[in-house]
Design a protein around this ligand. Structure first.
Ligand SMILES: [Mg+2]
Length: 385
């Protein structure tokens, strides 16, 4: 096996024989996907697919739903030239090369999201180099993770689901073997807790008492709206409410927790850090998201901090397949989100993607992440920038 030969005292690598040889972010568009059971849209999806190659021929892959040209240019024109030649095993070294820039306003969070994808692809390469699945490299706590299915959201200007449609789709998903569903709340022009309660109640009536139901506020509510929604929904036995409040404000989330028995989850969208949320006693579940916030390397740190505070991890965002390894690998790993529409995009892009079975996803045992793009996909769907 190729290996490092020499590192200087100031930490600059004089020579490494295993090198990152090429990095390319591909913008993919108009990939056909299976629409949700009760809609004919969305039936197409786009994605950013990141390809990292080593000089000995290994390829690591990562993806993101963020396809803005700024992110793609950032990777191809700014990040790639700085890290080509680095050793792919040294994932703690890569962010150091961008430390100053990650605080600068023009780059900021876009840079952190881009570096998250680099980190994911490098962990994929690490696994392939060592012949181990990534969840083993992270600790290998379990081979299956519990999953919940998010559905019922309106996209591409399709009409919002009526309570009856929502209930019918929920019953359909339960018939397929799912035992934990999530729906979005607070999506009205002005969040309407009573309307959301009616929708959640319709779901509960459709699925019976033995299916777990969660709700996701996507950062849209005031404290008063969230308290009203949670108080109304307590009788529906809700498993958790995710990111109900503006900006994930830790002070307000803590206040909400004191007023409801429904567990609170947050950190998918990081305005305040996971550290802020944990230290403020603001959450029952912390939700690191490897695709947005520094990859597996950053999520390991969040998980370790949460473990010290006895807070379990959970997951909420559209990049579920990339978050399976984290939750399978770590002892305080938890639920992974099967976001219906986004999972269909993964199914369309990658050769093999874990699928829910009786409420669980089985993690890939292939070296790396086991998420390999389909042959010819890049040629067929990549868009020139
Ligand atoms: Mg969410």
């Amino acid at each position: 096996m190729l290996q490092d030969v020499y590192v200087q005292q100031d930490n600059t690598v004089v020579e490494t024989r295993i090198k990152i040889a090429r990095i390319q972010a591909h913008k993919l568009a108009n990939i056909p996907i299976t629409p949700p059971p009760y809609r004919d849209k969305p039936n197409k999806e786009g994605a950013l697919l990141l390809q990292v190659e080593t000089n000995d021929g290994l390829v690591g892959w990562a993806t993101s739903g963020y396809t803005h040209h700024v992110a793609i240019d950032l990777i191809n024109k700014y990040i790639a030239p700085k890290i080509v030649g680095e050793n792919p095993m040294r994932t703690e070294r890569i962010p150091l090369l961008f430390d100053r820039a990650s605080f600068e306003r023009p780059l900021g969070r876009t840079l952190i999201s881009a570096l998250a994808m680099i980190d994911i692809a490098l962990w994929d390469i690490k696994g392939k180099m060592l012949g181990q699945p990534v969840h083993h490299l992270l600790g290998g706590a379990r081979d299956k993770v519990p999953v919940y299915v998010t559905h019922g959201a309106a996209y591409d200007n399709a009409p919002v689901y009526s309570p009856e449609e929502l209930a019918a789709e929920a019953a359909h998903l339960v018939k397929l073997g799912n035992n934990h569903l999530k729906n979005t709340v607070g999506r009205q022009p002005i969040p309407d807790p009573k309307d959301d309660y009616i929708r959640m109640r319709a779901m509960r009536e459709a699925v019976g008492p033995n299916v777990k139901l969660a709700m996701d506020g996507n950062l849209r509510m005031t404290l008063a709206q969230a308290v009203e929604l949670c108080k109304r929904c307590e009788e529906l036995d809700i498993s958790f409410v995710e990111e109900p409040l503006y900006y994930n404000d830790p002070r307000l989330l803590r206040e909400l927790r004191s007023k409801t028995i429904i567990p609170v989850a947050a950190a998918e969208n990081e305005k305040f850090s996971a550290r802020d949320l944990i230290l403020a006693d603001a959450v029952d579940y912390i939700q690191p998201n490897v695709n947005n916030d520094g990859g597996y390397s950053a999520a390991i740190r969040t998980a370790a901090l949460a473990k010290l505070f006895h807070i379990p991890l959970s997951h909420g965002n559209g990049n579920g397949p990339h978050n399976i390894a984290l939750h399978a690998g770590l002892s305080n790993g938890g639920l992974v989100e099967y976001h219906f529409h986004k999972w269909m995009a993964y199914n369309a892009i990658f050769k093999s993607v874990p699928q829910p079975e009786n409420g669980y996803l089985t993690v890939s045992q292939e070296p790396g992440l086991g998420l390999e793009p389909k042959d010819g996909l890049i040629e067929e769907f990549s868009v020139q920038m």
